[in-house]
Design a binder for this molecule. Sequence first.
Ligand SMILES: [Zn+2]
Length: 163
Amino acid sequence: MKLHHHTLFSLTIAGVLYVMFTSWKLALGSFITGIFIDVDHIVDVVREHGWSVKVREFFHICHTAQFNRILLLLHGWEWLVIWTFAAWLTDWNPWITGSLIGLGHHMVLDAYANSENVSSYSLLWRWKKDFHFDTIFPKFIRFKYRESTYFPTARGSNDQRGH
Ligand SMILES: [Zn+2]
C-alpha cells in the first residue's frame, strides 16, 4: 500500500482514537507508527540498489517492486505479538498501545492490499522462503518485470515464458 493511503488511514484512526480516549499520546503513537514502519523499505532498497538511490528512484523501486529479496524488518505479525505483550506489561502505556494500534492497522492494510497470503507478512515465514521476493509477493511479479529496467536478465527470462 502506498504512503498517501497509509497517511490517510493513520490520520483517520488517530482522530477516532483521540475522540474515543482523549489521549493525544495514544493518537500520536498510532499515527506515527501507522506511517513510519515503512522506513524499513530503506534497508531493502539500499541493500539491493546501493546508497546512491535518489528519493524519486526510491519510490519507483518500491512501487514497481524492484527486489530480488525482501526483508521488511518491521513488517511482521511477530512484532504484533511482542508489542501486545509489551503493552500489557506496561499496563497499556499510551505510547506503546498507540504504536501497537498503528503497527496493527498498517500490517492489516498491507496484507490486504499486497498479498493473498497473510504469511507474506510473517518474518519467520519470509525467512523460511529465503526472503525471495517473487515467492513471497507473487501478486507483484507482473508489475516487477513489466517495469523493470533494473533486472534485464530477469525480464528476458520472463519474456521467454510468454508472460
Ligand atoms: Zn508497509
